[in-house]
Design a protein around this ligand. Structure first.
Ligand code: TYM
Length: 335
């Protein structure tokens, strides 16, 4: 393993598709913010992953910058953590080819997200979508991280990354660290506002299903007002009431109050009373993130400088691992 492997590292990323939403924040980004003080951290905007479904080039370009700016606005400190764009570090794509040649097709055929997306896309399924988890394994393994903070939906992809790493190590000698998923229970699976049984997602056709980090107070009010609920009086953390459970969980994490305190506060209350309070908590919570976002994007060249610097730092670490992999596989070093 790399000479610096005694440093505890973390790696994670999000796709620049659409807008980052409360699910991304609660399931992943707020944990990254926490982790950056304990780990040498790498946070990537995974633009190559975004290409696995059709993208408008101009929107992809804008969303890549917006996503990086939202990392910083959410509290990622570029002096502590390395923030970069995946396609700026060529090692990710090269490593994917090398790991492809080691990964059985049937490991990928089992991937739940692939199967779900393939059903939606029909004939538009491309090889990239199938190969998506191997690119994700490359992202991770190149940085030799100890932990990978993600939401619940990425668990299977992380298991695959571990399986690929194990297979490589078995065949070619100890090379990759096996990373541990870091999935915090609270917020690991934030659900759609329109259906408490499906997760909040950037790709949901209805914008009413999610609260985007950059939504205005009016948007948020409207979305919460129209959020699906049930007819039971008294709000409880009851998994059998998925919409109620989801809204209370969002309230709990953002307000910092305990579930017990929340249940007793809302014991005799219906959603009509609760929704305006939830709206206020969400609006207040997002305000500083939105202010910081405007600051980060207002300063010309600031974000670009962070990403340039990030790509250099990330490229060094990834390049070291890739060099080792190439050598282990027997590829002739460039002459
Ligand atoms: P992406 O872009 O879908 O989501 C980014 C992060 O947000 C989490 N997340 C959620 N958490 C809770 N509730 C939700 N409703 C919710 N929706 C999304 C995701 O679990 C993720 O942690 N394949 C990844 C991106 C990726 C990656 C990586 C992640 C590429 N390479 C390497 C970690 C390490 C993805 O599509 O995330």
């Amino acid at each position: 393993m790399s000479a610096t492997s005694s440093v505890r590292r973390t790696f994670s990323g999000a796709q620049p598709t659409g807008q980052l939403h409360l699910g991304n924040y609660l399931g992943a980004i707020r944990n990254w913010v926490h982790e950056q003080s304990q780990y040498e951290s790498y946070f990537c905007v995974v633009d190559l992953h975004a290409l696995t479904i059709p993208q408008d080039p101009r929107e992809l370009h804008a969303a890549t910058l917006r996503t990086a700016a939202l990392y910083i606005a959410s509290g990622i400190d570029p002096d502590r953590a390395t923030v970069f764009v995946q396609s700026h570090v060529g090692a990710h794509a090269e490593s994917t080819w090398l790991l492809n040649c080691l990964t059985p097709m049937n490991w990928l055929e089992r991937m739940i997200q692939y199967k779900e997306k393939a059903v939606k896309l029909g004939e538009d399924v491309n090889i990239g979508l199938f190969d998506y988890p191997v690119l994700m394994a490359s992202d991770i393994l190149l940085y030799q991280p100890h932990v990978v903070p993600v939401g619940e939906d990425q668990k299977q992809h992380l298991e695959l990354a571990r399986d690929i790493a194990r297979r490589f190590n078995d065949r070619f000698g100890e090379t990759f660290r096996l990373p541990e998923p870091l999935i915090r229970k609270e917020g690991a699976r934030v659900m759609s506002l329109q259906d408490g049984t499906t997760k909040m997602s950037k790709s949901d056709p209805s914008d009413l299903s999610r609260i985007n980090l950059l939504d205005t107070a009016d948007d948020i009010r409207n979305k919460i007002k129209r959020a699906k609920t049930d007819a039971v009086l008294g709000l409880t953390f009851d998994p059998a009431r998925p919409e109620c459970y989801n809204l209370l969980t969002i309230y709990q994490i953002l307000s910092g109050e305990s579930p017990e305190a929340i249940e007793s506060q809302f014991a005799g209350v219906g959603f009509g009373k609760f929704k305006p309070l939830l709206t206020e908590v969400v609006v207040e919570f997002l305000k500083p993130i939105q202010t910081r976002y405007r600051e980060v994007t207002a300063e010309p060249g600031h974000l670009e400088a962070i990403l340039r610097d990030g790509a250099i730092r990330a490229g060094q670490v990834a390049g070291e691992t890739l060099g080792n992999v190439r050598q282990k596989l027997g590829l002739l070093a460039p002459l």
